[in-house]
Design a protein around this ligand. Structure first.
Ligand code: PLP
Length: 360
């Protein structure tokens, strides 16, 4: 028997979201960030729907290869750059661009004897303290890159925000100021904003916005979902009820018997679990939809199954559709119940889930 868990990807939502980003960040070009298999939506599918994007951002050369193999001719930026000297030849062969964030990468470029210049994005660490050169080194590193025959003379300048999802966080204002100071007078396009930067920091839209979450209709702003900002969720995760049982008051449900029935009641069992990427951390009370009706998970999420309190949906039957997240039930809500963010949930849908697409 085939599994019934289904991830439906809404191509119309992806296109709508790109158009909304262009409205919000008018004047900036859009790098569609499609790392982690398009945040779990499927790299090729997403790139096809977003073919109007000005560039794609990926986390690996392998993803750049997949995009080239699918026929995409846009600029493609590998966001962590080369990991090893041999990557330079691959980047050139595929016409990919590289983020340069570390001296080791510059050493590889210095030693590189290939005559064809590689396009690079110089990354400054203005406060995230993950990847990037210290701002006070911007002028020196920029000059060094400019002098290398292995590097294309148009060098883009970028930084990444640590807390742009908090629209009044002083760190972001500081990062914007540090970036402006460090790059003053340097030639090159500027790229600062991620999704939350697009929403909350218009002064940082620059020449390029690098947007992932919002393309998929996802928000990381506390207490808000993508729809609150006019974006449409691009994934519905659904399955079916495979059992409807009655349990008695005092009986316990699931592994470790963590949930006790407060009264005689109907209990549904749906064919989805952490083996499909539905989070095991989703606590009792996490909402689901049975048909159109809201219900809630009870007991532990197991590998293949979840159990559902059907007291509010007494007419539920075996075979009824169960929606875990989608336009009618924000994945952000589910993430909050599971102690995580929406991005982790869509990225975590596993390969045993069937994928489909529609124009919605
Ligand atoms: C993932 C990533 C982004 C996109 O972030 P979102 O919050 O999904 O918009 C932008 N820039 C860099 C460097 C990234 O790694």
């Amino acid at each position: 028997m085939s599994r019934t868990a289904l991830a439906t990807i809404h191509l119309g939502a992806l296109r709508h979201n790109l158009a909304r980003i262009r409205e919000r960040a008018s004047g900036a070009r859009v790098m569609a960030v499609v790392k982690a298999d398009g945040y779990g939506h499927g790299l090729e599918r997403v790139a096809r729907a977003l073919d109007e994007a000005d560039a794609f951002g990926v986390a690996s050369i392998a993803d750049g290869l997949r995009l080239r193999a699918a026929g995409h001719r846009q600029r493609i930026v590998v966001l962590s750059g080369p990991d090893a000297p041999a990557d330079l030849a691959e980047l050139r062969r595929l016409g990919l661009e590289a983020v340069i964030h570390h001296d080791s990468q510059i050493e590889w470029l210095v030693a590189d004897r290939d005559g064809r210049p590689l396009r690079v994005w110089l990354k400054l660490d203005t406060g995230m303290h993950r990847l990037g050169f210290a701002p006070e080194r911007a002028v020196e590193v920029h000059a060094r890159l400019r002098a290398l025959p292995a590097v294309h003379p148009e060098i883009a300048l970028m930084t990444h925000f640590a807390a742009s999802d908090e629209f009044d966080n002083a760190l972001t204002a500081q990062q914007i100021a540090r970036f402006a100071d460090a790059t003053r007078g340097l030639a090159g396009e500027r790229a600062l904003a991620n999704s939350a930067g697009v929403l909350g920091w218009p002064q940082a839209h620059g020449d390029w916005v690098r947007v992932g979450g919002l393309l998929y209709g996802l928000s990381v702003v506390e207490g808000k979902c993508g729809a609150d900002f006019g974006f449409r969720p691009a994934m519905t995760l659904s399955t079916r009820l495979i059992a409807v049982n009655r349990i008695r008051k005092g009986e316990r449900v699931g592994y470790a018997a963590t949930w006790e029935a407060p009264e005689d009641m109907p209990l549904g069992v749906a064919a989805i679990g952490y083996g499909d990427g539905y989070p095991r951390s989703a606590a009792a009370g996490t909402p689901v939809l049975v048909g159109e009706h809201r219900a809630a998970i009870v007991g532990r999420v197991s590998m293949d199954l979840v159990t559902i309190d059907l007291r509010e949906v007494p007419a539920a039957r075996v075979g009824d559709a169960v929606t875990l997240w989608g336009p009618a039930l924000p994945v952000e809500t589910v993430a909050a119940h599971a102690g995580t963010i929406s991005y982790e949930l869509t990225c975590g849908v596993t390969r045993r889930v069937l994928f489909a697409e529609d124009e919605g």
